[in-house]
Structures are given as structure tokens and as C-alpha cells.
Design a protein around this ligand. Structure first.
Ligand code: PMP
Ligand code: GLU
Length: 395
């Protein structure tokens, strides 16, 4: 007997980043050493003062359910963070803590979409946005930005993509998978278009806000255009800035109507974010921030090494990034010369099985012929990976 599952899930795919990570782990379990350039998680340890706060929480018995939307002191620290880093004022009712930015994003879309509503997603995009839209019974619509435009969409492209069914516009800067950052000027141009379409809700995914090692300033739409604050949901979290991917704490700030529905979804599905991890996140957000500068120094060195090494490969084009810890080299030229490989998905598979490097194909990010590399791996790993990759592409 085959068991039927919900029609809604027919188009849902497993996350390709998580799937590649699982494949690499399975090979490692067989004793094969894999160089991991696939999953986007800092290779640094969670800073000691954050771990200590978690241990203290356990020792003090802070081990029970919390309020669905997160504990009051953490929400207060998040309010301070928005004032400190973004000059944005919220009330506690406009903040929710979730089990990762991923849960906050999925819940925000679930709270907003009706069947057939369109979600505008600039491409290249993080793999999970389209599937989250599908899970909310919405329809993902892509706006493609190629390498020639530094992987960033223009105001004209945004205007052309909007239809009467457009409900949500997503924006992610610094971007996964391109590492590109929208300047305040570029955001203002997009804001002018969005002002003409008052029914569109903006989902600003700021998870890489602090991982900017290029000296460029961070901005988001409500920072450059305060009129948009009333219809923007900002998503952020501690995973990337504080090397806390496994702790699973993210948060959102936005209009009370949306946050309340996200709260309801949480209270009915997960009850609340992990109590111990919330105490750790409180220490992360309100404590010393110097670990971020140390990580950024290292990310810059790795980025500069990789761009140079990738640009020297025949048939590979790689433009420098500005933040986050990803590069998106384009293998179009190389793939044309190697029809036996076929496409980027087969290439990523071959790199894993033949030279034991885990990467992620560009296609699920809306970037065919590209490969996404995460440089959240040690310099030694990256150097060895580039040696192997050079040998492979020149073979
Ligand atoms: N947004 C983007 C763009 C990401 O790359 C990630 C990485 N996982 C997330 C959101 C989710 O982060 P988390 O759930 O770990 O907070
Ligand atoms: N966002 C990271 C990545 O893109 C972590 C994995 C995931 O949640 O997709 O690799």
C-alpha cells in the first residue's frame, strides 16, 4: 500500500543545502574525509560567555516552557539591538523569538499567504524561500539578476514583476548565495517602487547583517525608507553572527497583526523556542560583540584567497563578494567544454564523489551553471579544496 500525503506538499523538496550536508556526513561515516564547503555555518566555536549563560540556565533550572513568543529579557535585548544597530524602534508586541530565523521566515509566510498569492524572490536566492512559499500555498515568482548586474535586481525589474497577486517581496542582503550587499541608494530605488504598491509586505532577511568584512555599511529597507517600516517584517537571528547554528534561535520584528499570527502558529506547533538557548541568545545579543570582528577578519582572508584561486581556473568566472561567507563561481565556460558532466548539479555530485569536496549546485539557488561555495571552513581546508579543484578542472 502506498500512503498518500497532502497535495500541498507535492512540490516541496528537501533543502538542498541540508541534503548535501547529510550526503557528506554519510560519506564521512564510511571513513571518507570530505572537505566541506557546502553548508553555511561558521566553523568557529560559540563564544565561551554564551555557553556559560546556557550552563547557568540549566544549573538554575531554567528548563521549562517559556512564553510562546520568547522570554521578556531576550525580547528587550532584541529591542535594544534594533535601536543600537538599525536605529529602529519597536515595542515588545512587535517582536517574536523563534526556533531559528528559518522558523520565523516560514511562519511569517504562513501568516501572510492565501492560496495563489505571489511571493517575489530576487534570484539568486536562498534555497528555502520558494519551498516556504509553497508550504504556505503561495506561488514563488523569481526576478533574475545575473553576474553582469552583480546579482542585484533593479527597481525597473521589481516594478515589472509586480502583479495584482503579489503579496510578499523578499530581500536578503548580505545575500546567500551571492555575498552581495544592496547599498542604501539601491534600496531607496526599490523603496520608491514598493511605495506605489501599498499591499505588498516586505520580508527583509537580515541574518548576515554583521558578517560584512568589506567595510560597506549595512542597510535594510525600513532604515533607508522609514515609511516602509509599517509593512516590513525583519528576520534575524544568532546562528551566523555568534556561531550558534545548532542553538536554533532567530527572531522577527514587524506589524503586530503579523507577529500575533506567528505567535499563534508557534504556540500551536512548537510551544516556544528552547528555554536554555534563549538565555544563551540573550548573552550573545547583549554581551560583548568582539567575536564578530575576529570572524570577519578571517572571512575576508578566506574570501580573498578563494576569489583569486577560482578566477585563475579555466572556464570559471568568479566576481568578488562583499559579505556573508559564500561565493558563487560560474562554471558555464567549463561545462560547455565538458559535456560529459552536463550541468551544475552533476558537477556538484562529481566533486563530492571524485575529489571529496562538498559544495552545493547553483540551480536550487536560481543560479544554473554555478556552484555555491561556503568559506565557513578553515583556510587549510580551502587551500586543499582549491588544489583538488584545480587538478579536477584542468584534467
Ligand atoms: N536566511 C538565510 C539567507 C540563511 O542563509 C539562513 C541559513 N540557515 C537562514 C535564513 C536561517 O538561519 P537559522 O534558521 O539558522 O537562524
Ligand atoms: N543557510 C545555510 C546554508 O545555506 C544553512 C543550511 C540551511 O538552513 O539551508 O547553507
Amino acid at each position: 500500500m502506498t500512503i498518500a500525503t497532502a497535495n500541498r506538499l507535492k512540490k516541496l523538496q528537501p533543502s538542498p543545502t541540508m541534503a548535501m550536508n547529510a550526503k557528506a556526513r554519510a560519506l564521512e561515516a564510511k571513513g571518507i574525509k570530505i572537505l566541506s564547503l557546502s553548508v553555511g555555518e561558521p566553523d568557529f566555536d560559540t563564544p565561551a560567555h554564551i555557553c556559560k549563560a546556557a550552563i547557568k540556565a540549566i544549573n538554575e533550572g531554567f528548563t521549562r516552557y517559556t512564553a510562546a513568543e520568547g522570554i521578556a529579557p531576550l525580547k528587550a535585548a532584541i529591542l535594544d539591538k534594533f535601536k543600537r544597530d538599525n536605529q529602529l524602534s519597536y515595542t515588545s508586541a512587535e517582536i517574536i523569538v523563534s526556533s531559528g530565523a528559518k522558523q520565523a521566515l516560514a511562519n511569517a509566510l504562513c501568516a501572510l499567504l492565501n492560496p495563489g498569492d505571489e511571493v517575489l524572490i530576487p534570484a539568486p536566492y536562498w534555497v528555502s524561500y520558494p519551498d516556504m512559499a509553497i508550504l504556505g500555498e503561495g506561488t514563488p515568482q523569481f526576478i533574475y539578476a545575473d553576474r553582469a548586474q552583480n546579482f542585484k535586481i533593479t527597481a525597473e525589474q521589481l516594478e515589472a514583476a509586480i502583479t495584482p497577486r503579489t503579496r510578499v517581496f523578499t530581500i536578503n542582503s548580505p545575500n546567500n548565495p551571492t555575498g552581495m550587499i544592496y547599498s542604501a541608494e539601491e534600496l531607496k530605488a526599490l523603496a520608491v517602487v514598493l511605495l506605489r504598491h501599498p499591499n505588498i509586505i516586505i520580508l527583509s532577511d537580515d541574518i548576515y547583517e554583521h558578517l560584512i568584512w568589506s567595510g560597506l555599511p549595512f542597510a535594510n529597507l525600513p532604515m533607508v525608507f522609514p515609511e516602509l517600516k509599517d509593512r516590513t517584517v525583519i528576520i534575524n537571528g544568532v546562528s551566523k553572527s555568534y556561531a550558534m547554528t545548532g542553538w536554533r534561535i532567530g527572531y522577527a520584528a514587524g506589524p503586530v497583526e503579523i507577529i500575533n499570527q506567528m505567535k499563534n502558529i508557534q504556540s500551536q506547533t512548537t510551544s516556544c523556542p528552547n528555554s536554555i538557548a534563549q538565555m544563551a541568545a540573550l548573552a550573545a545579543i547583549s554581551g560583548p560583540q568582539d567575536n564578530i570582528a575576529l570572524m570577519n577578519k578571517e572571512f575576508k582572508a578566506r574570501h580573498d584567497f578563494l576569489v583569486k584561486a577560482l578566477s585563475a581556473l579555466p572556464g570559471v568566472e568568479c566576481i568578488p563578494a562583499q559579505g556573508a561567507f559564500y561565493l558563487l563561481p560560474d562554471f558555464s565556460g567549463w561545462l560547455k567544454q565538458h559535456p560529459e558532466i552536463g550541468n551544475d548539479e552533476a558537477l556538484a555530485e562529481t566533486l563530492l564523489t571524485e575529489i571529496h569536496i562538498a559544495t552545493v549546485a547553483g540551480t536550487p539557488f536560481g543560479a544554473p551553471n554555478c556552484i555555491r561555495l561556503s568559506f565557513a571552513s578553515s583556510m587549510a581546508t580551502l587551500e586543499e579544496a582549491m588544489r583538488r579543484l584545480e587538478g579536477f578542472v584542468k584534467k
